[in-house]
Design a protein around this ligand. Structure first.
Ligand code: MN
Length: 487
């Protein structure tokens, strides 16, 4: 994607002589080439490093080169790790240690001490692992045979996570209006977020957006209407209302593209000069990969953009979501998630419909929106909260189901799910950790990816799984408070 790549750096030393080193280099090149065929980004073999200077040089180059999203290391042979200290200390990109071996099997007849000297990743990788542990360097360790599908899948996911790290560090968020009045969890320290996560979060006046909306031409609206027709069913005759959403979408996209923004927030409390709350407009922008947060929630907007980028093909099935209401019937306990309008159609089970209905909030005209059901499958919900002095990323495993009721009078997109470990315990854990009502729901990004992303950004990560209990979580949060104060 866009010429981005990962670098493969293989550790060794001079002890083995040129023949062994040539073999290591040739095999590393072969492995990088084969892995590039199945991974989402090319893996470029850089060097079989034998000295401190070589390692320092390649790490400095990795930092400087914008194409390089991260470094994957491996030790085919033994590489004394004091040589790695200076380079690893300088490395500012995500770092993965692939603990693998060129050969799968130990060859019974062929194995002798020459074979042992060439194929000694088992102790080379341990020496290499020690120094990153000693340096407290955030890194991903993936162990297993490099041709194994499971290993390749985890490498692919780690690459997408690293792409999310790079994306986060250059992310700009466009705010239209401020946060919804009096709401706490959507607030946050924008300076701290820029220091930790790289986000540039700034505000543009709604009046400016209205000016740009006025400059949108009928021809531009006609073109976007064609895109809407190709993607969605029209379940309304109120074409003018849909065209107004197209006008809003074109204007917001133009402003974001001019400023290099990939995410935006707005609020129904500040729609000055606008006839409709953007519904379809925000939903289609999310489908294109832009992040969105309602009620001024710029944190969830940025997380939506990042998690979309971390998903399949750089725009996965991830959506701005809000916990709305429960079905508390024994044997059928579910959460129903939705929003006033703005759920991304990337999570739809079937082709969405464009509908026009009144909106009881915001005091504007009836807005057009996409209505659909979320698909069935395992997913996560993720919330970033500002704990005062630090950021906490909360992730919960969920299983989405086909909604158990048709709900014919509910005029918004909806997703129904079972929270882990169960509705009540999951809810108690979520509330105990301080998780927001706004989340990013993703079928595409895994909890492991979010854990790795948080580690790279240097923020706290809390994972609510099928095994979590309230008591264990309370202990974890108590210890986390102490640990993060010490940092
Ligand atoms: Mn909301």
């Amino acid at each position: 994607m866009n010429g981005q790549e990962f670098w493969f750096v293989v550790g060794s030393q001079f002890l083995y002589g040129p023949e062994v080193l040539d073999t290591v280099a040739a095999r590393a090149e072969e492995m990088a080439g084969e892995l590039s065929k199945v991974l989402p980004y090319p893996l470029v073999y850089k060097v079989t490093a034998k000295t401190n200077a070589e390692i320092t040089e390649v790490m400095k180059a990795a930092n400087y080169d914008d194409r390089c999203l991260g470094v994957i290391t491996w030790c085919h042979t033994f590489s004394p790790s004091k040589m790695w200290i200076n380079g690893l200390e300088l490395l500012q990109k995500p770092y993965c240690h692939l603990a693998t071996q060129y050969n799968m099997e130990i060859p019974n007849e062929e194995i002798d001490m020459d074979f042992m000297n060439l194929n000694q990743a088992a102790h080379g990788d341990r020496e290499h692992g020690f120094i990153a542990a000693r340096l407290r360097k955030p890194r991903k360790v993936i162990a297993g045979y490099w041709k194994d599908e499971g290993v390749q899948k985890r490498l692919a996911q780690w690459m997408r996570t690293a792409a999310g790290v790079a994306f986060s560090r250059s992310l700009k968020v466009m705010r239209f209006g401020d946060n919804m009045r009096e709401v706490a969890v959507t607030e946050g320290d924008k300076v701290e977020v820029q220091i930790k996560l790289g986000w540039q979060v700034n505000t543009w006046p709604v009046g400016k957006l209205v000016e740009v909306m006025d400059s949108v031409t009928d021809k531009e609206i006609d073109e976007l209407m064609e895109t809407y027709r190709a993607s969605y069913d029209f379940a309304t005759d109120d074409i003018e209302t849909v065209r107004y959403q197209a006008r809003e979408e074109i204007a917001m996209k133009r402003m974001m593209d001019e400023e290099g923004c990939s995410a935006f927030s707005n609020t129904f409390q500040d729609l000055y000069g606008m006839k409709q709350l953007p519904g379809l407009a925000s939903q289609h922008l999310m489908a294109l990969g832009y992040g969105y947060g309602g009620e001024g929630d710029w944190k969830v907007s940025a997380m939506t953009a990042i998690m979309k980028r971390m998903g399949k093909d750089g725009n996965g099935a991830s959506a701005f979501m809000e916990d709305y209401t429960y079905n508390l019937v024994p044997g059928a306990k579910y959460s129903l998630g939705a929003h006033m309008l703005e759920v991304c159609p990337s999570v739809a089970a079937a082709r969405p419909r464009i509908e026009v209905h009144p909106l009881g909030i915001g005091d504007r005209e009836d807005p057009a929106r996409l209505v659909f059901e979320g698909k069935e499958g395992d997913a996560i919900v993720v919330s970033l909260v500002d704990m005062g002095g630090r950021l906490r990323l909360i992730c919960q495993d969920i299983h989405c189901v086909k909604p158990i009721l048709p709900m014919p009078n509910l005029p918004v997109a909806r997703v129904m799910w079972q929270a882990m470990p169960d509705l009540e315990t999951g809810l108690e854990c979520w509330i105990t950790a301080g998780g927001a009502h706004h989340t990013v729901l993703s079928y595409d990004v895994t909890a492991e990816q979010m854990k790795d992303w948080a580690a790279n950004m240097g923020i706290e990560f809390v994972h609510i799984t099928k095994d979590t209990t309230v008591e264990l979580l309370e202990k974890e949060l108590f210890l986390n408070d102490i640990a993060w104060k010490l940092r």
